[in-house]
Structure formats: structure tokens, C-alpha cells
Design a binder for this molecule. Structure first.
Ligand code: SF4
Length: 382
């Protein structure tokens, strides 16, 4: 087996077995903290010497116990995160951070507080809407300071400013390799299938960032050394919250649809913004949140200018993609409300796109297969 295959296997193993990752860290005597979407400062978890553990629902579970707590119109990502907390899958966690950025996550944070408070600490996080000015930054710092205190209680020791500075270095170094991987995967679709690309990025949610960065750098170095090969298929940018189901991703590979860039919350939206330099590391984390941009989930005072849609259209052009595939999570209000504006801009710039509704309980992707095949055919002809 080549080193490249060996590395892909390691990422695939981590991505497909979060429970195995959690058990392995626990066996090393480490504590792990569940981190729900979006934009929790997981650097603080790392700085506390604990393992941040991403919780973005599951493609393998069915909503059952969560029905007792969640409204039926919550998206499946939220409901399945609760399901995993209730059914014992996440019993190895020592706590969970619940951000509240959308209208589903806000009430869900309270569902989790009520359902889990006997089992583990539940750490509430409210990001400010106005995140840019001094008041917004101070508010973010105060929220992060509360998280820091709660994590110190769980870890049983203080988190020093130097611990946070070190975590910031580790995370920024990881962002560099993650962005490098996205670019290399787009340049080498013959070596990085859609299934493999997803596994590599997903593994980062269940692996300590220093270990993950080391593996990712090794993979990137291998990919960089590959000769350039002409791609016989089509190229797309993918947008949405999450698309990590291997069955769905396999359709891309079956029809030679290469993913050359993404605007996905679970992927590039997370690591496209570095943590800036600031003498105060807590303020540095707050400034990173303030600097996040072109995101359906974040307030944009200049939204009337349709900046986000322009950004996505530009991403398609810059990456050399032939079009855009938008995966719309069922019951996701922020993405649904933004779609008409995105469509308007894509149409204005003659960028072909397709919108596919998905959720994490879907097991039959027959419709998506037909639609993606037809889209690939249209792109090939245009
Ligand atoms: S998918 Fe949409 S509704 Fe669900 S948690 Fe994410 S932003 Fe909120």
C-alpha cells in the first residue's frame, strides 16, 4: 500500500468512527468536550489540555429519543446531536458547548441543558449579532471568559494565557494545512475522490489539532509531489451546511464531478479565517469571530449589497469550477432564506447551479443521483 493510501485510510478511520476516537482519547486519560456548531472557541478546550469533539449530527442514526425534547421542525443535525447525547453515544464526554447562532440552536441549547444537566456540564454560548465594534468584541470576550472558567472547572486546573496563545498557534497552523488540502484536492481529483476529500476534512473534528495537522501536512506534501493530470470530468464548488454522507459523495465520484472548492460550514467556512495577533489571546479569539464574513449564519450590516452571493460566485470563478452544487438542509431557515439572493447572483453571472435538499436521515439518494448526473451532463455540454 502506498503512503498516500495509508494516510487516506487513517483519515477515513477517524472520520467513520468518532466513537472509536473518543474511546482512544479516553484510554489515554484525556477528557473530551462536545462542540456543537457553530464557531465555538474550541481553542480554549485544546488550551485546557482536553479534546474538542465536533458534534454535527450523524448519518447513521435515526431520531427517536430526541423527539421527546425537540420540535419536529428542528433540522436533523440538531436533533441527531441531541439523540447522540441521549442514547449514550456521547457518554464519554466531560461536557458540551452549545452555541446558539440560529433559531434552532437557541431553543435546542435549552433542550440539551434540561436533558443532560444530570449527566455532564452544558456550557451555553451566545455570540453577539453585532460582532465588530468594541461592544460586540467585549461581549464575545465575556462569553468566551465564561467558557474558559467552566472548562477550567472540568479540567481541574487553570487555563493560562500562554496555554491559549499556544492553542492559537496550533489552530492557525492547522488552518494553513486545511486550506492547502482543499486546494490540492481540487488540483488532483484523480487522487482525492469526493469520498476521500470529505473523510480528510471530517477527521479534523475528532482528532487533536496538532496530531491532525501533522498527518494533513504529510498528506499535502504527497499530493503536491503528484504530476498534474488532465481531469476528464466536470468541476464544481459545493455550498451548504454539511455534506459528509459517503453514499451521496460516491455519486460525485461515479459521475466524475470533482469538488474544487467549497463554501460549506462543516468545511472551509470553519477554517478560512485565521485568529489574528493580539496581545490578549481572548481578544484575538473574539476578533477572529468578528472577522468571519460571507456567511449565511452571521449578521452582515451591508447585506443589501448581496456581498455573500458575490463572494460565492467569485469562488466558483476563481476555482475554475463549471458550476455550483448547493446542498440545502431540510428545515434550515438561514440557508433557505438566503437562497433567492444567491440564485439571483449566480443567474446574473451565468453560473450554472443545482439545489438539492438533504437531511441526515436520508438513506435513499436516487433523486440526488439523477439530478447530479443530469447536472454533470449539462456542465459537460456548456
Ligand atoms: S442546519 Fe440550519 S437550522 Fe440546523 S443548526 Fe445549522 S443553521 Fe441551524
Amino acid at each position: 500500500m502506498s503512503n498516500l493510501d495509508n494516510l487516506f485510510n487513517k483519515f477515513e478511520q477517524a472520520a467513520s468512527s468518532p466513537a472509536g476516537q473518543l474511546a482512544a482519547y479516553k484510554a489515554q486519560g484525556k477528557k473530551a468536550i462536545g462542540v456543537l456548531p457553530y464557531y465555538a472557541p474550541e481553542e480554549l478546550v485544546y488550551a485546557a489540555g482536553m479534546v474538542p469533539f465536533g458534534m454535527w449530527g450523524s448519518n447513521k442514526k435515526t431520531i427517536s429519543r430526541a423527539k421527546e425534547y425537540c420540535a419536529t421542525f428542528y433540522c436533523t443535525i440538531a436533533q441527531l446531536a441531541v439523540e447522540m447525547l441521549l442514547d449514550g453515544t456521547m457518554d464519554g464526554l466531560s461536557g458540551v458547548i452549545t452555541p446558539t447562532i440560529c433559531d434552532t440552536l437557541r431553543p435546542m441549547s435549552q433542550n440539551i441543558r434540561i436533558s443532560m444537566s444530570d449527566k455532564m456540564p452544558v456550557i451555553f454560548l451566545a455570540h453577539p449579532q453585532n460582532r465588530f465594534d468594541e461592544n460586540g468584541l467585549r461581549f464575545t470576550v465575556s462569553q468566551y471568559t465564561n467558557i474558559r472558567k467552566r472548562l477550567e472547572e472540568i479540567a481541574g486546573h487553570p487555563i493560562t494565557d500562554d496555554d491559549i496563545r499556544e492553542a492559537i498557534k496550533v489552530y492557525n497552523a492547522c488552518h494553513v494545512e486545511q486550506r492547502r488540502f482543499v486546494k490540492l484536492a481540487g488540483e488532483h481529483p484523480e487522487a482525492v475522490s469526493a469520498v476521500k476529500r470529505s473523510a480528510v476534512l471530517k477527521a479534523g473534528w475528532f482528532t487533536l489539532k496538532d496530531e491532525y495537522t501533522k498527518m494533513l501536512k504529510e498528506l499535502n506534501d504527497e499530493l503536491e509531489a503528484l504530476p498534474k493530470v488532465a481531469w476528464p470530468g466536470t468541476k464544481v464548488v459545493v455550498s451548504g451546511i454539511i455534506f459528509d454522507n459517503p453514499v451521496l459523495l460516491q455519486i460525485f465520484d461515479d459521475y466524475q464531478i470533482a469538488i474544487v472548492a467549497d463554501d460549506v460550514a462543516h468545511e472551509s467556512r470553519t477554517f478560512k479565517t485565521d485568529i489574528p495577533d493580539d496581545a490578549d489571546p481572548m481578544m484575538a479569539l473574539a476578533r477572529q469571530f468578528a472577522n468571519r464574513d460571507h456567511d449565511v449564519l452571521l449578521y452582515d450590516p451591508a447585506s443589501a449589497k448581496n456581498r455573500r452571493a458575490e463572494y460565492v460566485a467569485q469562488l466558483v470563478k476563481d476555482s475554475g469550477a463549471d458550476g455550483l452544487v448547493l446542498f440545502m438542509q431540510q428545515f434550515c431557515d438561514p440557508e433557505e432564506m438566503e437562497y433567492p439572493y444567491l440564485k439571483k447572483e449566480l443567474d446574473a453571472q451565468n453560473i450554472p447551479h443545482i439545489k438539492l435538499g438533504i437531511d441526515q436521515q436520508m438513506r435513499d439518494f436516487g433523486q440526488a443521483r439523477t439530478a447530479l448526473q443530469a447536472f454533470a451532463d449539462v456542465l459537460a455540454l456548456s
